[in-house]
Design a protein around this ligand. Structure first.
Ligand code: ADP
Ligand code: MG
Length: 469
């Protein structure tokens, strides 16, 4: 087998065993540059890919290669310095997902041939421009765990080289899991390193400003302001849902920036395909770049976050207390932070040593397991209805509305799974339907969950809604 064929085969196998986002991020634009007796040298496009392939994917790469070349026992990665010669790249399937706008991209790197213009000439700085970035957010203060490492690495890479690798970058995940922190940190880094024009804005505010500008007959000025940016960071893009006019205007801003190789970074509480009524052209643009999700932090990451946060505030908690908090507050980082702030304020005021009992009393209302006990069928049904953008009554009242069928099935599954209701009880809570209807729907969802990634995401997001509130 020729090296490029071998690499194609290996990539094909790896693609099946890791997430699409990881595959796209770390394996695109890679190729085999040399096969020695026992070693394969892999050409990679950047230093991040090198680190990740060597550290994280070494095992899977070697074991996959060995199926075809049993004598290989090591790999090493080498930067290919932008040499994307297709003939020996041997990574066509991966190439197809890459957006190459190298030739259009801005020179934000401050390289010698084009020294960056002084800030004021770029309309950047004091009065002319308002980035809206909050300087308190940094990469240094962001704790990286398995729940967010991909999103973190993608943001770091974009921060180093905006407009080059992952454009747009789309970060999604539940509330309080660190999306805004990461976006803001990226913006701050780019502003400092590249002296670029960065703008951070929440989608809701973008929509409101747009409407104001339309009313004042200044829509054109509004758009012009945005298309002059080097980097646009849009937080909470789920607010595009049901806002047709905003979607249209945003699309034009997006296209203009994208065509000029400007970096766009977007966050949302759900993936593009789950944003109701999102225009296809926007969805495909969002999905066309790099997508990375952030999920809930695991126990170790929660411990690391607590340690980092108390250290930042010069506060001390013993290991037992840290473990107690990490074990009991697990829905999101914002809650964890809220608990820590409450503890710190209280104990600094009391000037006393925190005890485990004292802490437990203090954060009782924040303890995740307590709050889960308050989940009711009504809450689950409402969360499902909100997600699918229908009325809750469509789910629990008699009626045969077509658009309520899927939401009802999902609600049934969640009532069963999270509240352990019996099927007759579930039938009751969804409009006095027969228990066999509930059983059938539950079975159907369980079966589909196996292979339907969209459904898995939907269930995850809905659950996060009622688990948190
Ligand atoms: P989101 O935008 O996803 O709702 P935020 O970025 O606002 O979440 O995060 C909520 C709070 O938790 C912020 O104060 C943020 O600094 C903190 N936080 C979230 N994730 C992390 C992390 N991995 N490391 C440190 N702090 C974090
Ligand atoms: Mg946020």
């Amino acid at each position: 087998m020729r090296p490029e064929e071998l690499w194609q085969t290996v990539l094909g196998e790896i693609e099946l065993s890791i997430s699409k986002a990881s595959f796209t991020t770390w394996f695109k634009n890679t190729s085999i540059c040399e096969i020695n007796q026992n070693e394969i040298k892999i050409a990679v496009p950047n230093i991040f890919a090198k680190e990740w392939l060597e550290k994280k994917y070494r095992g899977i790469i070697i074991s996959t290669i060995r199926k075809h070349h049993p004598e290989i026992n090591s790999i090493s990665c080498h930067l290919n310095n932008g040499n994307n010669d297709k003939k020996n790249a041997g990574s066509k399937s991966v190439d197809s997902v890459v957006i190459k706008n190298n030739n259009q991209s801005l020179d934000l790197s401050g390289s010698k041939k084009t020294a960056p213009a002084p800030a004021q000439n770029r309309g950047y700085g004091e009065s002319a421009f308002y980035s809206n970035l909050n300087p308190k957010y940094h990469f240094d203060t962001y704790v990286v765990g398995s729940n967010n490492e991909l999103a973190y690495a993608a943001c770091k890479s974009v921060a180093e080289d905006p407009g080059v690798n992952y454009n747009p970058l789309f970060i999604y995940g539940g509330v309080g899991l660190g999306k805004t922190h990461l976006l803001q940190a990226t913006g701050n880094f780019i502003e400092n390193k590249h002296k670029a024009r960065v703008k951070y804005i929440g989608m809701e505010r973008f929509a409101n400003e747009l409407i104001d500008s339309i009313q004042a007959s200044k829509a054109k000025e509004f758009k012009n302001k945005y298309i002059q940016l080097d980097v646009l960071i849009i937080d909470d893009a789920q607010f595009l849902s049901k806002k047709e006019k905003t979607q249209e205007e945003f699309f034009h801003v997006f296209e203009s920036l994208y065509q000029h190789g400007k970096q766009i970074i977007i966050s949302s509480d759900r993936p593009p395909k789950s944003i109701p009524t999102l225009e296809d052209r926007l969805r495909s643009r969002f999905e066309g770049g790099m997508m990375a999700d952030i999920s809930k932090p695991d126990m170790e990451t929660r411990i690391a976050i607590i340690e980092k946060k108390i250290q930042e505030k010069n506060f001390y908690l013993d290991r037992q207390i840290i473990n107690y908090l990490a074990e009991n507050i697990y829905h999101n980082v914002r809650e964890l932070e809220g608990a820590l702030n409450k503890i710190i304020v209280t104990y600094q005021l009391r000037n006393a040593e925190p005890s485990i009992k004292g802490i437990a009393d203090l954060v009782e209302d924040l303890i995740s397991s307590n709050r889960q006990k308050n989940i009711t069928p009504q809450k689950i049904i409402e969360a499902v209805a909100e997600f699918f953008d229908i009325k809750a009554s469509d789910i629990y009242e008699k009626g045969r509305k077509k658009q309520a069928i899927r939401p009802r099935q999902v609600a049934i599954h969640l009532l069963r799974k999270d509240l352990s209701l019996s099927f007759p009880e579930i039938g009751q809570s969804i409009g006095g339907r027969d228990h066999s209807t509930a059983m059938y729907a539950n079975k159907k969802i369980i079966k589909e969950l196996d292979s339907n990634k969209i459904l898995q995401d939907q269930v995850k997001f809905i659950r996060e809604k009622y688990m948190i509130y």
